[in-house]
Write a protein that binds this ligand. Structure first.
Ligand code: GTP
Ligand code: ZN
Ligand code: ZN
Ligand code: ZN
Length: 313
């Protein structure tokens, strides 16, 4: 768990209490049994909770502002989470290519999260879609401020006609839309008639990204059949936080031991309402259902943004 592991650098914890694992009847040790559900050397459970609350609170404040900003731009943002190598970038490249044929009017952009390299952003840019790479260094997840900055710079990549000032964020888009509104934060927007889709590929990590809200409309967990069907139960937070589980690499099913039905059962055990799609990003099998899901989700987001406008009016 990454909030209180010390990587935030805000505080030097003092030794207050030795956290001990709790042994069960078999002698197996549980370090998540305390109130903070995590053990940090030299830090009490109360201190861990306080730090996590402060850091996540600040993140959530910025995530809410991202959500507002996405809505004002008619952008549906999806946060793709998974282990390393499940096929997120491959799926994104195939999706962008398929969407260009199916919905040529749709603007698709990508924020690529990794610890190092710009390989993934380069792969996305090769499809013709704008992409910004966000490298986290030692960080194990994207956070809301990173996404805010990347989204601001994507605006400039995608549409030079309406560049944002990095500070003050004072801009007035006018693309001939139907209506506009003021959020009361000095950030006046007109709604785009054009829909935008923003994919955020999180750092490959099945644990930490679960708890960081980026302002996305939904988290999408990608699980590939080479990883084992028990992953939803072993990493429950990620599957509990996700609206959709994409089971990728189904072209490999004949070659691996993977019980699809059991995987689905385990995912539903941690999240009874999770939607599940099976596909192969490389063969294209199951892609239509995924594209339909994207259509429905964009539609739902547009509807709730319209409802939101009315409450402001
Ligand atoms: N057989 C098969 N291979 C796939 C599929 N999707 C992706 N791969 C392969 O899986 C490997 C990893 O794919 P990536 O798209 O780089 O995975 P990723 O999730 O973006 O990886 P990170 O960004 O490092 O977390 C590559 O060798 C892909 O070609 C699939 O549907 N079937
Ligand atoms: Zn972490
Ligand atoms: Zn804006
Ligand atoms: Zn990737």
């Amino acid at each position: 768990m990454c909030v209180v592991c010390g990587c935030s650098g805000t505080d030097t914890p003092t030794i207050e209490l030795q956290n001990q694992g709790v042994a069960d009847a078999r002698g197996d040790l549980h370090f998540g049994a305390g109130a903070a559900r995590v053990s940090v050397p030299g830090m009490s459970q109360a201190r861990a909770i306080k730090l996590e609350t402060d850091i996540l609170g600040e993140n959530n404040r910025i995530a809410a502002s991202n959500r507002h900003h996405f809505a004002a731009h008619g952008t549906t943002a999806l946060n793709l989470v998974s282990s390393p190598g499940s096929g997120k970038t491959t799926l994104l490249c195939a999706t962008i290519t398929a969407l260009r044929k199916r919905r040529p009017e749709l603007h698709v952009a990508v924020i690529e999260g990794d610890q190092q390299t710009s390989f993934d952003a380069d792969r996305i840019r090769a499809t013709g879609a704008p992409a910004v790479q966000v490298n986290t260094g030692k960080g194990c997840h994207l956070d809301a401020p990173m996404v805010a900055q990347a989204y601001a710079s994507l605006h400039q990549h995608a549409s030079p006609a309406h560049s944002h000032a990095a500070e003050g964020h004072d801009h007035d888009h006018d693309h001939g839309h139907t209506h506009g509104h003021d959020h009361g934060d000095g950030h006046h927007h007109h709604h785009d008639a054009v829909h935008n889709l923003l994919f955020i590929e999180n750092v490959g990590n099945l644990v930490c990204p679960a708890m960081w809200d980026l302002g996305e409309a939904a988290k999408v967990a990608i699980l590939s059949v080479t990883e084992g069907e028990d992953k939803p139960l072993k990493y429950p937070d990620m599957f509990a936080a996700s609206q959709l589980m994409v089971l990728n690499k189904i072209d490999l099913l004949p070659h691996v031991q993977f019980n699809v039905q059991r995987c689905i059962e385990l995912a539903r055990r941690v999240n009874p309402t999770i939607e599940i799609l099976q596909l192969s990003a490389t063969t294209g099998q199951g892609m239509d259902a995924w594209l339909n899901w994207l259509d429905h989700t964009m539609h739902d987001v547009a509807e709730s943004a319209a409802a939101h406008t009315h409450t402001h009016a």
